[in-house]
Design a protein around this ligand. Structure first.
Ligand code: DGJ
Length: 710
C-alpha cells in the first residue's frame, strides 16, 4: 500500500516474531488509512482525520499522493536549521515518502538517545518540483493510538497562574491544546500527557522544542482509535516552499511509560542531559538575589550596594539587577540599553566591579525582543518594530516587539548585548519577554504566513551566537514570569523564572504542574516579601523557603525590611540549600500525593544511589489546627534496606528536633507521624494556611564519622 504503519508503540519488545503483528488488513485503501495506525497522514490519501500536513499544490489542489519509498538509519542526525533540537542523539531512523506527481519528499526522522526512552521526531518537506508550493499545516508528530478511553492532562492558566494541571476526558471530536500568542504562552503549555483508561497502565507524553505558537490535537475517531498531532500552530501559517527548498519543522518529543512518575523522571533526565546547553549540564544554579520585588524601579546605587552586602553576608552567590537600570518606569527606553546616568554616575561597569568586589557574581535584566516608541532606537529605526504599516498596533505594557525576522535587528541586538556582557563582565542575563504578538508583519519577511517561524529562527540564531561566544554566561529565561516556559528557550538557558506570582501557596500549584514535565534545575523560585505583592497573603519566611527550595533558590525581597530573626533564618536556609544543592536541583523528583487532590502531600528528591533524600512535606490547612490529624506520612523512593538518619530542617521559632534512625522500608511503609511537627511550625503571619517542614534522609554510612557514632 506504499505506506508505513506504527504497528506498536509501548514497552520494549524482546523477540522478533513479526507474526505477532499479523491480523486483519483492509483491502480498501480508505478503510486502511482510517482504521490502521498511520504515522503520516495527508489529504488525498483516503484518511479523513486531522492530517499530518496540508499542502496547497501548484495546481491549486490540496491533494497529495505520497508513497512510502525507503527507510534508513543515520548517525547523529543534524537538521540544517536554526531551530534547536535535542542534543547528542545516537541514531535516527529516517523514513521517506515521495509524491511523484507533485515532486515533493516528506521525511520523518525518529531519533533515540543514550539512557533515555524518549524519541525525538523531526519532519522535513522538500520541494523538488519547478514550482513553489504552500505548506499550510505541518505537525511534527502524528501518533495513532488504539482505543478511545483516554484522559488528557494539560498545563494551562494565565499570567500568575501558569501551568496548572488540568485533566479532561477525551470524547468523540477533537480536543485542541494550543497557543496563538506567538509564544508558548501561559495559557497552554506544549507539554501534554495522555493516560489510557481500562487496559493496563499506558501513559503517553509529548512536548515540542519550540517557543512560538503551538498546537496539540487529540482526535477521538469512530473506529475505536485516537490520533495525536503535535507541532507548530497552523494559525496564520502559510509557508511558501520554493523549488529546491526544504522546510524543517520543530522537533517534538514523545514518550511512552507505564506510570506518570516515570514520565516525569524521563522528562527531567532528558531536559537535564539533552536539552539545556552542554556547558550548563549538571552545573548547580547559583543562589540569586534579584532586585525586582525588592526595589522595582526605585533605587539608588547605594541602596543596591547595601542589599548586595547583606546578600553576600547571607550566603547569596549572584546579584541580579532587574529592570530599572536604564529607566525609571516601564514606559520607555527598551531597545537602547543605555545605563541611567542619574542612577549609576560612574556607569554600569563600575557598579559591576563593586558587586564583583564583594565576591558576588553579577547579572542584568534585558528584554531584547522589545522596543519602546520612546527610545533612540525607535527614532532612528521605526522599521525595526513589529507593526503593520498604516495600522495602529496593539501596545502591551507600553511597548512593541522588534522584528526578529530582520537580520539587521538580530545583528543590532547581538552587537549591543555582547558589548555589555563584555564591558560589564556579566555572569548572567535575565532574558525577559513581556508581551505577546499581535501585529505580525515585516517589510523584509515578504510572506507573512512564515512570520512567526522566521521570528523564532531569528531569535534562536541570536541566542546561539550569544551562547557560542559566552558559553559560561548564565541565561535565565523569563516572559512576564512563566509565559514562555518551553524546551525551545531551555535549549539556550539554564532555567526559567517560573511565575511572577511568588505567593507560596499559589506557587505550590504552579510548581507542581511545571514539575510534571520540567526538572527542578530549570524551575527558578524566589522567596519574596510577606504580605505577598501579588496576593496580599502572609506566610512565614520558612514556608516561603520550603516551597522555593523545591526549585532553584533565590531571594527577591528587601533585606533592609527584614527582622533580625528573619535574616538569621535566611542565613540558615541558604546554608542548608547549599549543603544539598545538587540533590535539590538534580535529584530524582517524586510526588507524594498532590496539592491538587490532597491537603497533605510531599515533594521528594532522591539521589541516584538513594543514600540521600529530601522531602518537603506540606499541609494546606484551611480549617486551621482542626485539620491536622496525627496520621503517619509515608515517604517514597527510599531504598528499603538502607538505614537512614532522619532529620528535620531546623526552622525559626521551632524547638530543635533531634534526628532519629529508620529503614527506608519502614519510612515508606509506615511513615512518620508529623501532626505535632506541623502544629509546631510558625503559625504567626500565616494567612494562607500553609504548614511545611523539610525532612532530610542520609544513609548512616554516608554520615560524617562523629554523627555516625551518635
Ligand atoms: C516581568 C518579570 O517577570 C519580572 O520578574 C520582572 O523582571 C519585570 N518583568 C521587570 O519589568
Amino acid at each position: 500500500y506504499d505506506d508505513l504503519l506504527t504497528l506498536y508503540y509501548g514497552n520494549r519488545l524482546i523477540g522478533n516474531n513479526f507474526e505477532l503483528f499479523e491480523g486483519q488488513r483492509y483491502n480498501d485503501l480508505s478503510e486502511r488509512r482510517m482504521r490502521e495506525k498511520q504515522s503520516f497522514s495527508f489529504i488525498g490519501g483516503g484518511d479523513v482525520r486531522e492530517p499530518s500536513i496540508i499542502i496547497k499544490n501548484f495546481d491549486g489542489s490540496f491533494v497529495n499522493k505520497f508513497k512510502y519509498t525507503k527507510s534508513y538509519l543515520e548517525k547523529k542526525y543534524m537538521p540544517n536549521t536554526f531551530l534547536p533540537y535535542a542534543k547528542d542523539s545516537l541514531t535516527s531512523l529516517v523514513s521517506e515518502y515521495y509524491d511523484e506527481e507533485s515532486e515533493i519528499i516528506y521525511r520523518r526522522i525518529y531519533s533515540v538517545f543514550k539512557d533515555s526512552d524518549i524519541i525525538a521526531v523531526n519532519c522535513e518537506i522538500e520541494n523538488f518540483s519547478n514550482h513553489a508550493i504552500h505548506v499550510l499545516s505541518a505537525s511534527s508528530v502524528t501518533l495513532d493510538l488504539e482505543g478511545t478511553d483516554y484522559d488528557l492532562t494539560t498545563f494551562s492558566g494565565a499570567w500568575g497562574r501558569e501551568r496548572w494541571r488540568t485533566t479532561n476526558k477525551i470524547k468523540n471530536g477533537i480536543f485542541i491544546n494550543d497557543s496563538k500568542t506567538g509564544s508558548s504562552s501561559p495559557y497552554r503549555n506544549p507539554f501534554i500527557m495522555l493516560k489510557r483508561n481500562g487496559i493496563g497502565n499506558s501513559f503517553y507524553a509529548f512536548n515540542l522544542i519550540y517557543s512560538g505558537s503551538h498546537k496539540e490535537s487529540v482526535e477521538q475517531f469512530s473506529y475505536n482509535n485516537t490520533r495525536v498531532n503535535v507541532g507548530i500552530n497552523d494559525f496564520c501559517f502559510d509557508y511558501i516552499l520554493s523549488c529546491g527548498e526544504t522546510f524543517i519543522l520543530p522537533q517534538a518529543l514523545m514518550i511512552y511509560s507505564e506510570s506518570e512518575n516515570d514520565i516525569t523522571k524521563q522528562m527531567h533526565y532528558f531536559v537535564n542531559n539533552n536539552i539545556i546547553p552542554c556547558a550548563k549540564r549538571g552545573c548547580p544554579r547559583p543562589i540569586v538575589y534579584n532586585s525586582w520585588e525588592s526595589v522595582y524601579f526605585n533605587f539608588t546605587e547605594d541602596k543596591l550596594i547595601g542589599l548586595a552586602e547583606k546578600a553576600k553576608a547571607l550566603g547569596i552567590e549572584l546579584f541580579v539587577l532587574d529592570d530599572g537600570w536604564f529607566r525609571d518606569d516601564d514606559k520607555s527606553n527598551l531597545g537602547d540599553w543605555n545605563v541611567c546616568k542619574s542612577k549609576f554616575k560612574n556607569g554600569l561597569a563600575d557598579f559591576a566591579k563593586r558587586i564583583h568586589g564583594l565576591g558576588l557574581k553579577f547579572g542584568l535584566w534585558f528584554e531584547p525582543e522589545s522596543i519602546s516608541e520612546k527610545s533612540e532606537l525607535y527614532n532612528s529605526h521605526p522599521d525595526y518594530a513589529m507593526v503593520v504599516p498604516r495600522k495602529t498596533p496593539i501596545r502591551i505594557r507600553n511597548q512593541l516587539l522588534l522584528d526578529l525576522t530582520n537580520d539587521s535587528v538580530t545583528e543590532y541586538l547581538y552587537g549591543i548585548i555582547s558589548d555589555i556582557v563584555e564591558k560589564v563582565k556579566l555572569d548572567y542575563i535575565k532574558w525577559d519577554f513581556n508581551r505577546y504578538m499581535t501585529d505580525r508583519y515585516s517589510p523584509v519577511c515578504c510572506n507573512n504566513g512564515e512570520y512567526e517561524y522566521r521570528y523564532y529562527c531569528g531569535l534562536y540564531k541570536l541566542l546561539k551566537k550569544i551562547t557560542d561566544r559566552f558559553p559560561n554566561l548564565i541565561i535565565e529565561s523569563c516572559a512576564s514570569g512563566g509565559s514562555r516556559f518551553d524546551l525551545g528557550m531551555l535549549s539556550f538557558s539554564s532555567y526559567i523564572w517560573c511565575s511572577d506570582n511568588t505567593d507560596a501557596r499559589e506557587r505550590i500549584f504552579i510548581q507542581e504542574g511545571t514539575l510534571c514535565g520540567y526538572p527542578q534545575s530549570v524551575l527558578s523560585a524566589h522567596v519574596s516579601a510577606s504580605p505577598n505583592h501579588q496576593t496580599g497573603n502572609k506566610t512565614s519566611i520558612e514556608n516561603r523557603f520550603n516551597i522555593a527550595a523545591v526549585g532553584c533558590l533565590g531571594y527577591e525581597l528587601d533585606f533592609d525590611k527584614c527582622s533580625e530573626t528573619e535574616l538569621d533564618g535566611i542565613k540558615r536556609q541558604i546554608a542548608f540549600y547549599k549543603r544539598y544543592i545538587e540533590l535539590l536541583q538534580f535529584g530524582e523528583f517524586l510526588k507524594i500525593g498532590s496539592a491538587y487532590e490532597d491537603d497533605l502531600f510531599g515533594y521528594m528528591t532522591v539521589s541516584d544511589n538513594k543514600r540521600t533524600a529530601i522531602c518537603v512535606v506540606i499541609k494546606l490547612c484551611d480549617c486551621g489546627e482542626l485539620g491536622i490529624n496525627d496520621f503517619p506520612f509515608r515517604f517514597a523512593g527510599l531504598s528499603p534496606n538502607i538505614e537512614y538518619n532522619v532529620c528535620i530542617r531546623n526552622q525559626v521559632n521551632k524547638e530543635k528536633i533531634s534526628g532519629f534512625r529508620a529503614y527506608g522500608q519502614d519510612l515508606c511503609s509506615y511513615g512518620v507521624k508529623i501532626g505535632k511537627l506541623l502544629k509546631e511550625t510558625d503559625r504567626e503571619n500565616n494567612s494562607n494556611s500553609i504548614r511545611s517542614v523539610i525532612f532530610v534522609f542520609e544513609s548512616i554510612e554516608c554520615l560524617p564519622s562523629d554523627e555516625k557514632k551518635r
